[in-house]
Design a binder for this molecule. Structure first.
Ligand SMILES: [Zn+2]
Length: 55
């Protein structure tokens, strides 16, 4: 195995890790956004009305 192919594998591994971390981050962000669509106190949808307790 040459040094070039070794570094290529290293780059692939790093890219895979970055992709996994990014995917996890986006998944968490998406879950948070979905959760914030409903009022945490009464469970009503916050689509039309602004979230309560933010004055
Ligand atoms: Zn509410």
């Amino acid at each position: 195995m040459s040094a070039d192919s070794l570094s290529a594998v290293a780059v692939e591994t790093v890219m895979m890790l970055v992709g996994a971390v990014l995917l996890g981050f986006l998944a968490g962000l998406f879950a948070f956004k979905v959760k914030s669509r409903w009022c945490p106190r009464c469970g009503a949808s916050t689509d039309a009305v602004p979230p309560e307790g933010r004055r």
